[in-house]
Design a protein around this ligand. Structure first.
Ligand SMILES: [Mg+2]
Length: 119
């Protein structure tokens, strides 16, 4: 499964990359904000996107809307932070049911990716 990792924090991007090493999930691209995410999604057509909620330039929900408009079958795992509950509720109205709260363990991330890849 090809994964696009989107987060403005290099630490989080590295955590996701490390967790995916040796797994069925291969990180094929990285974006630092929603604008890069939408552009890279169109270019790479990944199987799964891990998407940060709060980012500069364009936030995760705006990016998710554009990605889903381009590909209604896009599989998106939202990586949220404390206090993102309202945004998560809004994401569910977009059909995004998968989310994981930071900080997460590599095991929790892989488990969430596996659930999403089966769904
Ligand atoms: Mg962020």
């Amino acid at each position: 499964m090809r994964v696009l990792v989107v987060d403005d924090s290099p630490l989080v991007r590295n955590m996701v990359k490390k967790a995916c090493l040796g797994s069925a999930f291969e990180v094929v691209g990285e974006a630092r904000n929603g604008e890069e995410a939408v552009a890279l999604y169109r270019e790479l057509l990944p199987d799964i996107v891990t998407l940060d909620v709060t980012m500069p330039v364009k936030d995760g929900l705006s990016a998710a809307k554009e990605i889903l408009a381009f590909d209604p079958h896009a599989r998106i795992l939202l990586l949220s932070a404390m206090g993102d509950e309202e945004l998560l509720a809004e994401a569910r109205t977009l059909g995004i049911m998968s989310s994981l709260q930071k900080p997460f363990t590599p095991q929790a991330l892989l488990s969430a990716l596996q659930d999403l890849s089966r769904g």
